[in-house]
Design a protein around this ligand. Sequence first.
Ligand SMILES: [Zn+2]
Ligand SMILES: [Zn+2]
Length: 202
Amino acid sequence: MEIRKFATYCNTYVLLTDSSAVVIDPYEFTPEIDALLNRSGIEKRAVVLTHGHFDHIKDAALVREKTGAKILIHKCDEECLLYPRFALCALFGQSLEPFSPDETFEDGDEIKVGDITLKVIHTPGHTKGSCCFKTGNLLFTGDTLFQGSIGRTDFPRSDVKEMITSLKRLKNLSGDYKIFAGHGEETTLSAEKRQNMYLLRV
Ligand SMILES: [Zn+2]
Ligand SMILES: [Zn+2]
């Protein structure tokens, strides 16, 4: 599987095989992302959201409109799409047309998009419906875990206690993972277990 990263407001990732494409957190639907989603042979497309904050969802509906991709989000963050004030639009000085996801998922679900499968790990704390996605030895962590840091827990729908539980869960994953976070650079779970003071403390 090929992974392309586009750093705009957040990190947008495009996962590609010969026949399937998944866009994680499309803040901006760039011409490059459009070209990847329309690469010849691609038959299945989806937008998968790590959580419902504005800087991760802004162009999700546009991607759906232009490419036919379905939109998926954890059921607890669906309200961010339906009621944009929950997406923290005001914080970003922006507005967003409400939109519905095509599907919601829960902890333990397997999101299948053609031959791409993402296993859902519900990691609430930054938001109620924040999730990480696991595929092979890759882990997409959204705004839960960053290189050397974690997502903020001082927002209206944040919860510090839930974040601690979620970090413990990530720390206890067996094996190592390459981490693709919602902001910042790539890292690995083993490196974060050694160096990330938030992980060291839980
Ligand atoms: Zn966020
Ligand atoms: Zn973010």
